[in-house]
Design a protein around this ligand. Sequence first.
Ligand SMILES: [Zn+2]
Length: 145
Amino acid sequence: MKRTARLSAADKRLIAAARAAIKRRYRDDWQEVGAALRTRSGKIFTGVNLDAYLGRMAVCAEAVALGRAVVDVGDADIETIVAVRHPSPQDKDRRIAVVSPCGACRELIFDYDRNARVIVPDVKSPKIVPIADLLPNKYTRGPQR
Ligand SMILES: [Zn+2]
């Protein structure tokens, strides 16, 4: 795979799925991020973040999408994944924009599929990068394999 790729029609549909998920379930301060992942078999799973009064209990949208994939198809792989953020009511920019995965999600995505592609924001329009490019020197419990 090229290190950086342009979005295909399928990738644009994936972004649309993430946007639709958060548009449907947006709740100010509680659900503001949507995510969608596509497995290599072409199935799409969506999620929204679960914020929590106790901040450390919050769960990212990517993790919710992955959890749905694991429950529904078991051996979940991540061909491509994307997250989008819904604007808050006070935001001037009303677009639901692609956002980069947080550090914890980068670890999670890599753990489940080291060949995953991630759609991230770029100067003009989103681009695709391999998860490994977003996570140099990934944490490991033992010696590097
Ligand atoms: Zn995250």
